[in-house]
Write a protein that binds this ligand. Structure first.
Ligand SMILES: [Zn+2]
Length: 334
């Protein structure tokens, strides 16, 4: 087995390749992020995958398999600023021709990328330390996932183009419309490719449910934005033949995707409100209600973030409030 054995390269069409690059492993668990290569008059990457200390060697390898080199890339468009999609951009600043593009509001945060990652990591740890103080084993697992995910703590990515809602990015024959779809993170974008009716959705639309990470003082997920982005993208879905998310396989059947995702959100919220109405609860009490069986550390960390995101929404709507019971944070109905 060589160091590149777990990278998958799939030439989907003459104009599109998909790279699946590993970014996290714990025991036998592995997580992968997708990178898309648009092959047109100009070569464009949608996301750059995770950071690796070998400075984009994995990305170079995937490009080589596809018949290209990093030097051939004109532009990288980041769907959002998380390290599993943007970390791979660190180390590419030596390739002067590459233009790094992200939603305009993210620019000021991510230019000092290492500092941005470190500060979000410490915010996540502080928030979840308070929530998990009575559950040290769960806290250890959560912190381990956070340490693996929010890295590196150094590095810069110079942003050359700020993207805005409704902007068009042209690669020659193909044009991509920028659609602002916040919710998974504050600055998510999706890209709609007009000619072949494709949508590149980042982490906003995944095949089952979006990952959510808790408010993180404005750096994390926001369910109100997520719900309104789902309603907004629904208007585009009848124009789209295939959705390419930033994790997992393409989504080809999505006639009621937004409705079913909205129903999942509503169902979780109902369970949480019902449990708190019955008895004041801490985060871990609610985890048992919403996710009675979890056998993966990655899923556990994700589900902690999802439940906290719901609690933050309900607090924002003044439906619940939090209080301290000894060391523990608990939630009660207002
Ligand atoms: Zn991701």
């Amino acid at each position: 087995m060589n160091e590149f054995n777990d990278i998958y390269v799939d030439r989907l069409y003459p104009y599109l390749a998909m790279f699946r690059i590993p970014y996290f492993s714990s025991g036998t668990e592995k997580a992968f992020a997708n990178v898309f290569l648009i092959i047109d008059d100009e070569l464009m990457l949608i996301d750059a995958g995770p950071y690796s200390p070998d400075k984009s060697k994995k990305l170079s390898y995937a490009l080589k398999i596809s018949g290209f080199d990093i030097k051939d890339i004109s532009r990288i468009v980041y769907t959002h600023s998380h390290p599993d999609h943007m970390g791979g951009g660190i180390g590419l600043d030596g390739y002067n021709g590459i233009r790094h593009c992200i939603y305009w509001e993210a620019k000021k945060w991510v230019e000092q990328y290492g500092e941005y990652v470190s500060s979000v990591k410490s915010i996540a740890k502080n928030i979840f330390h308070e929530q998990l103080v009575l559950y040290p084993e769960v806290m250890d697992i959560y912190f381990d996932v956070v340490d693996h995910f929010w890295n590196p703590s150094f590095g810069e990515i110079q942003i050359n183009e700020e993207l805005n809602e409704g902007d068009w990015i042209s690669t020659g024959k193909f044009k991509f419309k920028v659609i602002s779809t916040p919710g998974h993170s504050p600055w998510d974008i999706s890209l709609w490719e007009e000619k072949n009716s494709l949508l590149f959705s980042g982490d906003f639309l995944l095949s089952k449910s979006s990952t959510l990470t808790g408010g993180l003082n404005g750096f994390g997920s926001d369910l109100i934005s997520y719900e309104s982005s789902l309603k907004k993208i629904n208007n585009h879905l009848n124009l789209i033949k295939c959705i390419y998310p930033a994790h997992g396989p393409a989504i080809t059947s999505f006639s009621n995707l937004t409705d079913s995702l909205l129903a999942i959100v509503k169902d979780r919220e109902n369970k949480i409100v019902k449990a708190i109405s019955f008895k004041n609860c801490g985060l871990m009490d609610l985890m048992k209600v919403v996710y009675p069986s979890i056998d993966s550390v990655i899923v556990l960390a994700r589900c902690l973030g999802i439940v906290l995101t719901h609690l933050e929404k309900l607090e924002g709507e003044s439906k619940i409030y939090r209080y301290k019971d000894g060391d523990e944070v608990r939630f009660a109905i207002t």
